[in-house]
Design a protein around this ligand. Structure first.
Ligand code: 5RP
Length: 225
């Protein structure tokens, strides 16, 4: 099976976690896009969605699925999203698609986090995928020095084909930190959260996934945490 077929399989399996009549939190990225396309087939069963990015909101609306502002919503039944890496304990690196802050916000309001990922995302130790950190632009250099002191190699994310900084939906910039071997994800998340100028770090360990649907050649495996 190709990686896209594995992503499609987990997206389909995630439909079983959708709660009828409720609001569903929807993540960002290629796996989440497959999920949105599956959700469109059962859109009449749900009240609507909250999106973790402008791109996701546009895709949902394109399918005629209602998208609510989070401020209009009291609770979200389930949040369904991909990951860049996930451990056997449900800790994740996210933010490859630059939506980490809104992803964390929507996940924090959701009763359950269902991660959908192809098998290549399962790791023993987080950190091979560079850790995304969203920052207030004026704090960029100061935060990069602090991240380098933690042992990583921070690099400003730029727009494709340009030296200009990539700007997030929130007006922030993204620093990708390579070279980290994250032995204690909760401790590192706490430490980076404490750096002034950081909007959010793409470590989801203090509050990780509750379930991971992992696409493998032997079918979709369900990991519960
Ligand atoms: C976006 C994310 C995505 O969930 C993550 O990058 C995985 O993306 P994909 O499903 O395309 O592999 O965190 O900010």
């Amino acid at each position: 099976m190709t990686q896209d077929e594995l992503k499609q399989a987990v997206a389909r399996a995630a439909i079983d976690y959708v709660v009828d009549g409720e609001i569903i939190g929807v993540g960002t990225g290629s796996t989440a896009n497959f999920f949105i396309d599956e959700l469109a087939k059962i859109k009449d069963r749900i009240k609507g969605t909250v999106a973790s990015s402008e791109a996701t909101a546009a895709r949902l609306r394109g399918h005629g699925i209602p998208v609510f502002d989070l401020n209009e919503v009291e609770s979200i039944a389930v949040y369904i999203d991909g990951a860049d890496e996930i451990t056997g304990q449900g800790a994740m690196i996210k933010g490859g698609g630059a939506a980490l802050t809104r992803e964390k916000i929507v996940a924090s309001v959701s009763k359950r986090f269902v991660c959908i990922a192809d098998g290549s995302k399962l790791v023993n130790t987080l950190g091979k995928f560079p850790l995304p950190v969203e920052v207030i632009p004026m704090a960029r250099a100061a935060v990069m020095r602090r991240l380098a002191a933690l042992g990583g190699q921070p690099r400003l994310r730029t727009k494709a084909g340009s030296d200009d900084a990539f700007i997030t939906d929130n007006g922030g910039e993204i620093i990708d930190v390579a070279g980290l071997q994250i032995a204690d994800p909760k401790a590192l998340e706490t430490e980076i959260n404490g750096i002034v100028g950081v909007i959010a770090v793409g470590l989801f360990a203090l509050s990780g996934a509750n379930v991971c649907l992992l696409g493998t050649a032997d079918g979709v495996k369900t990991l519960s945490f």
